[in-house]
Design a protein around this ligand. Structure first.
Ligand SMILES: Cc1ncc(COP(=O)(O)O)c(C=O)c1O
Ligand SMILES: N[C@@H](CCOP(=O)(O)O)C(=O)O
Length: 465
């Protein structure tokens, strides 16, 4: 399996190099040269299998012969042994045709654990094979950071630097990043918003000298391996509901577009999906883009679903590449427009393709709070604000005849203040995190300036020294 850049000007790489590269050298994102295909028969053969076994069958198609099958199996087993639910990603029915897919049973209570636990093991494996070290950088609006720190803490071959927007993540999210005692972990509060953090990460990747000096690698969903691991739960959810002999729809609380892009990949691989619905909070750039054909950034608003307070939705670039028939020059033009003026237009044909595959709608802050309250009253089920965004959009904007699965991307205990204000319940953290808020914090504060961030990382990274 070869991986190519969405901007068409970086060398194609094999799986291991794409994994360590993170972002392509031309600023693009890696995607497989072609989508692996599963027939309905192949998919039926996965029925009744454990999550780990389905994962192996899906992931081996992306890793090819670059990761030995026994090693891949062992890493999958080890990664998902960290989950607190035997099904890894259980489905819960909340209405006659409505389900939530609980993706928050990993150590940091967010869907990010699903991919991150595997990514850390894959990276360690490849680095050990090569006798190398890497410096991992990541930008977070709250959840990626905690999940990455948990997955990489104490790993000898990597130092990890997580940039989070100062004062703009929930107190639980912040503590999950700042209370690690591992020497290879560095949490950095950046004076800016998530988009500033993400831009800093991309700038570091685009600075070839710095990138090579510290052997930079990334754990955001710009890294293909993140997306690949997230494809698996679309298959397990569909299989539980009668797929592939019945179509299933999914609504996904969306920010950086990684999670829903994994659903698109599952569909390209042959999973019968009727509808993929993008749910946004007040930061509704994706809903506006699908409506108008113009991708136009605005000021980021702080919401009760802070992990989705995003304007520059990285993985939308992967979708643009697809919608333009994999014509990289169209992606380069759009991304140049985004850099220069914060906006770009999508041509009519590409827009038609995108609208054929996706629907999109927004939930306002009031609607999110009301959804938490009403879902609790009607079903006894407690939603976090991100999942509530999805549930609202699924109910109001996405009537389907197929079963509708909303991805439950975080546990309500990560956002206790917003949940309590919506419905009066103060959700408790699980036992392994019960003392989280009393643990000592350790983090640095930096301005959103590339020179300051590169110096901070360059001084402490062990790779390349
Ligand atoms: C809880 C939660 N829900 C939804 C999202 C949005 O996911 P994505 O960025 O893959 O679109 C995030 C952040 O990524 C998140 O942390
Ligand atoms: N919502 C994310 C933002 C980063 O997304 P990623 O999936 O690209 O890592 C977060 O919680 O950090």
């Amino acid at each position: 399996m070869e991986y190519i850049s969405t901007r068409g000007e970086a060398p194609a790489l094999g799986f291991r190099d794409a994994l360590l590269a993170g972002l392509a050298r031309d600023g693009g994102l890696y995607v497989p040269r072609e989508w692996p295909a599963l027939t309905k028969r192949d998919i039926r053969a996965l029925r009744g299998k454990r999550y780990q076994d389905v994962a192996f069958e899906i992931l081996r198609r992306f890793t090819g012969d670059e990761i030995a099958e026994n090693d891949l199996r062992a890493m999958i087993e080890d990664a998902y042994a960290t989950f607190r639910h035997p099904a890894v990603a259980p489905l819960v029915q909340t209405g006659p045709n409505d389900f939530v897919l609980e993706l928050f049973h990993g150590s940091t209570l967010a869907f990010k654990d699903v991919a991150m636990q595997l990514l850390a093991r894959l990276m360690d494996h490849v680095l050990a094979e090569r006798g190398e070290r890497a410096t991992i950088v990541g930008a977070t609006s709250g959840d990626t950071g905690g999940a990455a720190i948990d997955a990489f803490a104490g790993r000898d071959r990597t130092d990890i630097f997580i940039l989070f927007p100062k004062g703009k993540v929930s107190p639980v999210q912040q503590r999950q990043m700042t209370t690690s005692t591992a020497a290879n972990v560095h949490a950095v509060a950046v004076e800016g918003n998530f988009d500033d953090c993400q831009n800093l990460v991309k700038e570091m990747f685009n600075d070839a000298g710095f990138r090579d000096r510290v052997r930079l690698s990334g754990v955001n969903s710009i890294n293909w391996a993140r997306i690949m691991a997230q494809v698996v739960y679309y298959f397990t959810a569909a299989l539980s509901l009668g797929g592939p002999d019945r179509k299933i729809s999914f609504t996904v609380p969306t920010g950086n577009f990684g999670d829903i892009f994994a659903g698109y990949v599952a569909k390209r691989m042959g999973l019968p999906i009727e509808r993929l619905v993008i749910a946004t909070n007040d930061n509704d750039i994706l809903a506006r883009t699908l409506k108008t054909g113009r991708y136009e950034t605005r000021e980021v608003k702080a919401t009760t679903s802070p992990s989705m307070d995003i304007q520059i939705s990285s993985n939308f670039e992967r979708l643009l590449f697809e919608a333009h028939g994999r014509e990289a020059s169209c992606v380069r033009t759009a991304m140049a427009g985004l850099k220069q003026s914060g906006a770009f237009e999508i041509g009519p044909e590409a827009l038609r393709t995108i609208r054929r595959e996706f629907r999109a709608a927004r939930a306002t802050e009031k609607q999110v709070a009301a959804t938490i309250r009403e879902t609790l009253a009607e079903t006894g089920y407690l939603l976090d604000p991100h999942t509530a965004t999805g549930v609202f959009v699924a109910k109001k904007h996405a009537k389907t005849t197929s079963p509708m699965v909303t991805l439950a991307t975080a546990h309500p205990a990560k956002f206790p203040a917003s949940v309590k204000s919506a419905c009066g319940i103060d959700p408790a953290l699980p036992s392994w995190l019960a003392d989280l808020m009393n643990r000592e914090e350790r983090f640095d504060i930096l301005p959103a300036e590339i020179k300051a961030v590169e110096k901070f990382i360059g001084d402490q990274a062990r790779a390349g020294k």
